[in-house]
Ligand binder design. Structure first.
Ligand code: GLU
Length: 477
């Protein structure tokens, strides 16, 4: 049975780069009918915050991800919060000490730093020189009785660690170059390496799918798996995602946290689809897909070794596609809070004209990539339009005037403006003025909306209604 985990540290908001790791773990579990586990790596007490954990669970759920084991749903290998597993790490560490796989190190942080500096100056790798590995019992006793703080270090054997990464193929690391690393900090909390290896062992993880930034940690984890008498899981190190400037994707590149995208009114399925395109592509090269369409053909080995580049325009394009085909009721309920905050509609839902609102949303959905943009796009329906000087000039030209007058004369003959009536009117105006295409539309569009772009003119006219259309045209005659 495949068992994979997403193991975030709750030290900030879940961003695209990190959420992508969750997505591919989840997808891999789905592909192999396995178990997807959420484990929270919160042993860094100073940086971890409960609010980030709550938020990331909410964000993952919003994206549509579900897990079978995790801090919120439990499971037989829990607890799934590392901060609640300290006794487990401690017990295992005691065993390591007994078996002489590990030893206490009394070097102070200042001493270690000084030695690192010296090593750097003499061009040597700044690794720990293993000096506490061979302390005599008397030396240990002296340190102990003087109350010196100590860490516990793992004895790194001089081995060549070789493993087959599912994406990157054969990887090898010469452990001669690695100093004995800390498994327990002096405050009794486990190091990252130790907690990961212990948990992956105890949670029976079969595949570790994580970012390439962890590749150099993997040999240390393999040594720990060996010490724990556990066959190491298989590894897949995913390439990372860069911003357009080729640096690792981060906040600097704009909205990058899932909750920000949510606040901006992106649809979760669009974000999910886009994240799957970072470093992967379905066989049919069709970039827009539903998860269910691709599960059966998803092969982790086909993921790219090269880093991917985050492309906001592409995300917007994809998101726009999803908005165009989304259920109008759903879009309306997501759009309402934005329109309420803009003061365009009543804060009392019962007072909102939903029929009209749906027409508006349907008219503008073709021009937006997230629902917060609805405020700008739909302003023409809720507020009187402001016409710029440039447009006043444009509307005063002879051609514009003849179009607007002919249009106005036709409007006066009607008492409603259905799309069909609007089309008929335009035909008449075209015949009378002999102007067609953009030349015909633009003066009417600018007079009605104050803008050169926007929804189809017939739906604008239909939504505004005949009286508003008349008033908006009259001003320029
Ligand atoms: N807590 C680690 C991180 O957020 C995860 C490490 C792992 O997946 O093994 O990068």
């Amino acid at each position: 049975m495949v068992r994979v985990r997403f193991a975030p540290s709750p030290t900030g908001l879940l961003h695209i780069g990190n959420a992508r790791m969750a997505v591919f773990n989840w997808l891999f579990a789905k592909r192999h009918q396995g178990i997807f586990i959420l484990r929270i790596e919160d042993t860094d007490v100073a940086r971890s915050e409960k609010k980030y954990m709550t938020q990331l669970i909410e964000d993952l759920h919003w994206l549509g991800l579900t897990w079978q084991e995790g801090p919120d749903v439990g499971g037989q290998y829990g607890p799934y919060l590392q901060s609640e597993r300290l006794h487990i790490y401690n017990d295992i560490c005691q065993n390591f000490l007994k078996e002489e796989l590990a030893y206490p190190c009394y070097c102070t942080p200042e001493q270690l730093e000084e030695r690192r500096q010296l090593a750097r100056l003499s061009g040597k790798p700044p690794r720990y020189d293993n000096r506490c590995r061979n302390l005599t019992d008397t030396q240990k006793k002296t340190f102990e009785s003087s109350g010196t703080n100590f860490t516990i270090r793992f004895k790194v054997p001089d081995e060549l660690i070789v493993f087959d990464d599912l994406i990157r193929g054969k990887c090898q690391f010469d452990m001669k170059l690695t100093g004995d690393f800390v498994i327990m900090r002096s405050d009794g909390t486990p190091s990252f390496h130790f907690a990961v290896a212990v948990d992956d062992t105890m949670m029976q993880i079969t595949h570790v799918i994580r970012g390439e930034d962890h590749l150099s940690n993997t040999p240390c984890h393999i040594l720990l798996f060996n010490a724990l008498n556990q066959k190491p899981p298989q590894f897949a190190h995913l390439s990372l995602t860069m911003g357009a400037d080729r640096t690792l994707l981060s906040k600097r590149h704009g909205a990058s946290s899932i909750s920000e995208y949510r606040k901006l009114g992106y649809l979760p399925e669009a974000i999910l689809n886009y994240m799957m395109l970072l470093g992967w592509m379905p066989k049919d090269k069709n970039e827009k897909f539903k998860v269910n369409d691709i599960i059966d053909t998803f092969e982790i080995s086909s993921m790219s070794k090269a880093s991917s580049t985050f492309d906001q325009q592409k995300l917007d394009w994809l998101s726009g596609q999803y908005i165009r085909e989304a259920d109008i009721e759903r879009l309306t309920s997501i759009a309402i809070p934005y329109l309420q905050s803009a003061g365009f509609i009543s804060t009392d839902e019962a007072k909102i004209d939903k029929t009209k609102l749906k027409l508006i949303i349907d008219a503008v959905r073709g021009n937006i990539s997230c629902l917060s943009q609805i405020v700008h796009e739909s302003e023409i329906f809720f507020k009187d339009v402001v016409i710029s000087e440039k447009h006043v000039e444009f509307l005063s030209s002879e051609t514009s005037q003849s179009i607007l007058s002919a249009f106005y004369m036709e409007l006066k003959k009607q008492n409603n403006l259905s799309p069909d009536i609007f089309r008929e009117i335009l035909k008449t105006v075209q015949k009378e003025t002999r102007v067609n295409g953009k030349g015909l539309y633009m003066p009417i569009r600018v007079a009605l909306t104050g803008r050169e772009h926007g929804p189809e003119l017939y739906s604008v006219a239909n939504i505004l209604g005949i009286n508003t259309c008349k008033t908006r045209i009259e001003r320029f005659l």
